[in-house]
Design a protein around this ligand. Structure first.
Ligand code: HXC
Length: 512
């Protein structure tokens, strides 16, 4: 065999990973191989592999006789919708995609390239965790990755798709990245698996119930997106990248858009007659954003707040919206955490923020207090205060109490605040307020109900409207619902070149 033929043979060998049988076994589980996943992710023919011939250096347990080209991870770069992207894809057919010293080195090399060249990195995770035969060397490899994940945070977008097992400390690399995507019924993440759980806590639980896509997208909030299968999950990875810039120095992607009339009469009747009746804030979002562009993050987690990306006149924005259709849109621990993380992501990557506000306040109760709603609510407050991207709020209905301040009020740095005529901006709802401030008069009266009703009305007349706030300039303009989209397009264009600089510091100390 001449040298040329030898190279071609090695290339073919590398393509086969752990061999035909293991590839068949992967397919039998309904899973794609590492290379097939890359094929579906990257633009046709754009992928260039790096390190296809890397092999492990281990010699314990007879490992010197078990070597596979690539060592369990395919790494390289290519384009997604024409934009440079780095990807590593763990190959379960080689030692179960487990992470060896050299496997880690390949990932680190890629991360370093992504950082130097300012482009997103995607990890397709499918791994049995640390390469057991290598011991601490493998643990060190993980830590090298965690360290780079952290340094890259806020510099380049980092996405993690979980396409199979992801257990032990291995979960912490995805956890540090910006978004986690999971495949339903074929992926799981946990720090300790069902066997350890059984030994320590005597709980019997399946992998799926402990750390499957459903659990992490609804209960824990660890996963931001789930796909019904691998292809759907890969489509989501591509989609999110279309909304974000390549790195923190770039402006958001923009697709050409011709501005027309932009009035949205459907919004006129969206707020129900009674202030206690719910409506779906997604209907407002869909009307205001460019058609079919809203891409929701954390859709099934903490549903009392809705967050996601959209386009407004072709330009990416991030939307945070109280959801009156779920728990009346109240702010609680999970919704505060969810929104805070999203606000910080948008701010890292220059994505302007649009807030829709209809919030009755923070959720009362021992559960919330004992689990630190104070610290967790402060996360959202801090995240908004710190954000320097263009920020606009539209108050559609309730803006009560501390939640008024927290939800991107002017006082904490929002640039433009609009309110609909239906807005109610006060310390609390009229009934609660009347009960407190007129307690004596009510108690002393013969007909308590009538006095309470009258006092409630008095309070509502004074505060259940946007005009007291507008008098002060806390609201820049009271607008008709149908004008919202038009006003927002103009206001965001006006804020296009906003510059806001935070005081010099090493970094802030967000309440964690
Ligand atoms: C080396 C491994 C491996 C590992 C799997 N393999 N995990 N080799 N190190 N961690 C190998 C198997 O020996 C097998 O090799 C092949 O991969 C496929 O594994 P199977 O068990 O046949 O596959 P499956 O039945 O699908 O089960 C997958 C699995 C199971 C659930 C992931 O393999 C498993 O439980 N692995 C061990 C998980 C684990 O405890 N890892 C360490 C976690 S601690 P052959 O040659 O037969 O094909 C950790 C710490 C990280 O990761 C800390 C970071 C700070």
């Amino acid at each position: 065999m001449n040298k040329r033929e030898n190279l071609l043979k090695l290339r073919d060998q590398a393509q086969l990973g752990g061999g035909i049988e293991r590839i068949a076994s992967q397919h039998k589980k309904g899973k794609l191989t590492a290379r097939e996943r890359i094929h579906f992710l990257m633009d046709e023919g754009s992928f260039e592999e790096i390190g296809a011939f890397v092999q492990h250096r281990s010699s314990d347990f007879g490992m010197e006789n078990q070597k596979f080209l690539g060592d369990g991870v395919v790494t390289g770069y290519g384009t997604i919708n024409g934009r440079l992207t780095y990807v590593f894809s763990q190959d379960f057919t080689i030692f179960g995609g487990s992470l060896s010293e050299t496997h880690a080195e390949k990932i680190c090399k890629l991360m370093d390239l992504a950082m130097k060249n300012g482009a997103p990195i995607i990890g397709l995770n499918d791994s049995g965790g640390a390469r057991i035969q290598e011991g601490v060397v493998s643990l060190g490899g993980y830590a090298d990755i965690f360290y780079r994940n952290t340094l890259a945070s806020g510099v380049i977008p980092q996405l993690s798709a979980i396409m199979g097992p992801c257990a032990g400390g291995a979960v912490y690399s995805p956890a540090i990245t910006d978004y986690i995507f999971m495949v339903e019924n074929s992926s799981y993440m946990f720090v300790t698996g069902p066997n350890v759980v059984k030994t320590v806590t005597h709980e019997e639980v399946s992998s799926e119930d402990l750390g499957g896509a459903s659990v992490h997208s609804t209960k824990s909030g660890v996963a931001h997106f789930t796909g019904a299968n691998e292809i759907e999950t890969i489509q989501q990875l591509k989609k999110i990248l279309s909304y974000v810039p390549q790195n923190c120095e770039e402006k958001v992607p923009m697709i050409p858009f011709e501005i027309g009339d932009e009035m949205r009469p459907k919004l006129i009747d969206i707020i129900p007659e009674s202030a206690n009746q719910p409506y779906d804030i997604r209907e407002v979002i869909d009307e205001v954003a460019d058609e079919n562009t809203f891409f929701e993050v954390h859709k099934n987690y903490a549903e009392n707040i809705v967050v996601g990306f959209a386009r407004l006149a072709g330009k990416s924005i991030g939307i945070v919206a109280n959801q009156p259709a779920f728990l009346a849109g109240v702010l609680d621990i999970h919704s505060s955490q969810k929104a805070a993380r999203f606000v910080r992501f948008c701010d890292c990557f220059n994505i302007p923020l649009l807030v829709f506000e209809d919030v009755p306040g923070f959720l009362p109760g021992t559960d919330q207090e004992w689990n630190a709603i104070i610290t967790n609510g402060a996360k959202l407050l801090y995240a908004f205060c710190e954000a320097t991207v263009p920020r606009i709020t539209v108050i559609t209905r309730k803006a009560y109490g501390g939640a008024y301040d927290v939800m991107n009020s002017k006082h904490i740095g929002a640039d433009m605040n609009f309110a609909w005529p239906t807005a109610e901006i006060a310390v609390m709802g009229a009934k609660g307020a009347a009960e407190i401030i007129f307690k004596r008069q009510i108690d002393a009266s013969e007909n308590k109900e009538i006095v309470l009703k009258a006092k409630e009305q008095e309070y509502a007349d004074l505060f259940a409207n946007p005009y007291r706030a507008a008098e002060r300039g806390f609201i820049d303009e009271v607008i008709l619902p149908e004008e919202t989209r038009k006003k927002l397009i103009k206001a965001f264009a006006m804020l296009e070149n906003k510059v806001a600089v935070l005081p010099k510091k090493k970094h802030g100390n967000i309440p964690l």
